[in-house]
Structure formats: C-alpha cells, structure tokens
Ligand binder design. Sequence first.
Ligand SMILES: Nc1nc2c(ncn2[C@@H]2O[C@H](COP(=O)(O)OP(=O)(O)OP(=O)(O)O)[C@@H](O)[C@H]2O)c(=O)[nH]1
Ligand SMILES: [Mg+2]
Length: 467
Amino acid sequence: MKISPADTIAAVATPPGEGAIAVIRISGPDALAIGDRIVRARGRLSASRGYTLHHGTVVGADGMELDEVLATVFRAPRSYTGEDTLEISCHGGLFVTGAVLNAALSAGARRAEPGEFTRRAYLNGKMDLSRAEAVASLISSRSDRAHRASLEQLRGRLAGTVEEIRTALKSLCALLEVELDFAEEGISVIEKTHINRKITETKERLEHLAETFKTGKIYRDGVSVVIVGPPNAGKSSLFNALLKDSRAIVTPIPGTTRDYLEENLALKGILFRITDTAGLRESEDPVESEGIARSVSSVETADIVIFVVEAGSDIVQTGELVESLPITGEQQLILVRNKIDLGAGVSERLPSVNHIEWRGETRTEVCLSALSGIGVHTLAEQLVDTVGRSELSTHETVCVISERHAESLLRGARSLGIALQSLSSGMTNEFVAFDIREAVSALGEITGEITTEEILNSIFSEFCIGK
Ligand SMILES: Nc1nc2c(ncn2[C@@H]2O[C@H](COP(=O)(O)OP(=O)(O)OP(=O)(O)O)[C@@H](O)[C@H]2O)c(=O)[nH]1
Ligand SMILES: [Mg+2]
C-alpha cells in the first residue's frame, strides 16, 4: 500500500447492514472541498471551522438527492488522521451508504484501503504504532478482559513503559561511550558492576513483559475448551448446561453427536470457546468415524480438555481412553463424572470437586449432573480457576496482547543477554554499547520509532476498511 499524502480517501466507517445511521469518513487535503461538491448545506463546509456539525442533503454525481445527513467537519491537525476530515452521518442502509460513498468517490476521493485512516494517524504522529494496533484489538475484543487490555494499550500504557526502558538504555549507552573517551587516560567513570546490574535488571523486566503475553493471548483469543469422552456420557448435555441453552442435540442413543459444535461463553470477563464433540469409540460408520477423528484433533488445539464419563464407569478403561488422546503437559485436563443423580457409586465423591493423582500429576475431578444442573456451576468455577492459575503474578500492570510486541521484547532481552556476555568477557565498551543499541532498536519497533514498510503493511492489512 502506497501512501500519498496528496490524495483524499473515503470509506464507510460503520459495519455493513441496516442500522439507524451509518458514517462515511473522508480524509485528506480535499476532504472539505469534496464535501462542498456533494453536501448541500447552509454554508460551505470548506469555509467552516473544525468541530462543527452541518445539516444538509447529499447529492449524487447526476444531481439526484440521495439522503438527508449530518456532516461533521474536522480541521487538520485536529482529527483522527491529523488531516482535514469530513464525517457524514447518513441513514444506515446498504444502498444509501453505498450511494453516499459513491458520490464522494465520483467527487474526487479514492476508496480507502484497510486500516488506512489509522495508518495516516500514525504517519501524522497522532498515535504511536502500539496505540494504532490497540485500535484494531479494541474493535475485535470479545470479552471484558480483552477490552480492558486493549484500552490500556490505546491509552499508551505499553508505549510509556517501553519508552521509559529505551530512554534508560540510551543513557546507559551514553555513559559507556563517555567512558570510552576517558579510557585512553586510564580513568574509569562507572563501576562495571553497576552496568552489569542495570543490564540484568532491564533484561529481566523485558522478559517479564514478554511473559504477560501468555495472559494477553488468553484475553485476546479466549480459552479453548473441548468436551470429549465416550458416547452417551452426557457431553452434549453438559455443553448445553454450561451455555444455559439447548444448543446441541441430546438423545439416549449413543453416537448422537457427529460433528463438533463450538460456542462462546463469557465467565468472569474471560471468553471461553467451548466445543462439544462426537463420542469416542470404535466405529464402522464412516460418518461417525470422521466425527471421532475430529474430536481427537480438536483435543490437540485445546487449552482445557474436559473428559466426561458416567459416574459409575470403570476407572481403568477411562484411564486408557484418556491416555489415547493427544493431551500434552501444557494442557489442563478436568475429569467430569456425570449423572451423579443416578447415584451410581459416587456418593462418597460428593461434594463435587476432588483432586486426584493421575500418573504422577494432580488432576481435578468434578462430579456433577448435567441433567439436573447440580455441580455445573462448580465446573464453570473450575474453568475460571484454571485460567487464573496461568495468569501471571508479576508486578507488571501492562499486559502485552500482541505477538509482535512480545517478540520485540524478547529480541531486546536477547541483545541485553549478549551485552552481558560481552561485559563479562572483558570486551570494550563499544561492543557492549552496540548490543544495548540493538535492544533499543528492537524496542523501538513496538512504538514505531523504528519501522519498515513490511511491518506497517502487515499491521494495517489486519484492519477493517474504514478504520
Ligand atoms: N440421569 C442423567 N441423565 C443424563 C445426564 N446427562 C445426560 N444424561 C442423559 O444421557 C443421554 C446422553 O446424553 P448426551 O448429552 O446426548 O450424551 P453425549 O455424551 O453427548 O452422547 P454422544 O453425542 O452420543 O456421544 C441422554 O438421554 C441424556 O438425557 C445426567 O446428568 N443425569
Ligand atoms: Mg453428544
């Protein structure tokens, strides 16, 4: 995508579909002149002050009236993009928004590319890169935590922390370089141990910050939970009970669920993506076999696996079935003993949560009844707890929600690791300063002090059009 500051871009900024209003955004040097051409209002928009609202009628290229609108004038640099901008609020219908956009295009605007408004905001210094990215993650937030983490980033929390670290590293470099001037005279300006401590502390801080991405990823993408187990164990009943909706088909016939079903569930501000799967058994039926293969592969990508069996079922057989699944040490396994209302040998297991030793690991076992609802709430609490345990107990208030940022932080930490090696092997300050500068530039990629066209293209192509 080429940016030419000389051109003016336009797009529908609201989602497609019917709504009370829709907004068409026009930004660039000709935005207000284009406004004059297409909006018949009391005065000329191009002669109006910024932050003014104008009632008018939009006319198409053929002079046909299209809609009655409200147009907001923003004057550079006081707009989202930093350029002259016109936002036209028209009636929210697919046809009418398309017609108003077309009027703007025929009057001289160019159709905006995805994320181009925000890209211009970044290029015009209205926001740093990490805040521009926060705009995209705020829009795609599906849970309270994701929303809060994005908002913090939008408010510059991450950028502030990163800038603070960069500044400290830059002064450290300056110190090292000053000392270099004195070195010939044999004068030492700073203690080597001081430098060592500073670099070590910063390296650890960067690693901690990068670690917060584990939590940030959970906030952003949600937690994937898959419900598996033998046929008829009550997986679909449990899925429905968790969602409080009869979403999946439940029957007494084993092999009812064939394909997997996925639904979102928000618990304590965290998004859980829950999947119900086909019961695991040997099957001759090609349709069922395909369903079972899908159940097994959905286990591979899950964060939490809920393994459901009937309460009275054989422990050894259950163990063997669990062992046959591709569950890794990274994943959490919760064993559910369902149908406790039938009272099949589980009375001693009530109340509902137990911690059991299984092949050297402590696993959680929840006894419940998906049919009556007893213990379902306890399982939901266990899901939230499981995530809580993997949430980090660092002192960092910043939570990194972008993989790109986590990678830059780690790259910075690695360069500082090399700087420490250079220091301990007695290399001259020049070498140490060089490694620190590498860290400074890795961090600069987060805020966009240092960028390449490639980085910008990959970031802004993720945006929707009109943003
Ligand atoms: N008594 C009792 N019956 C239950 C309970 N949970 C499920 N059932 C019954 O068990 C049968 C099977 O339930 P499903 O939820 O379809 O089981 P499933 O594990 O999804 O089965 P497949 O999709 O065939 O693998 C149905 O008749 C349910 O009503 C429970 O807690 N108590
Ligand atoms: Mg089922």
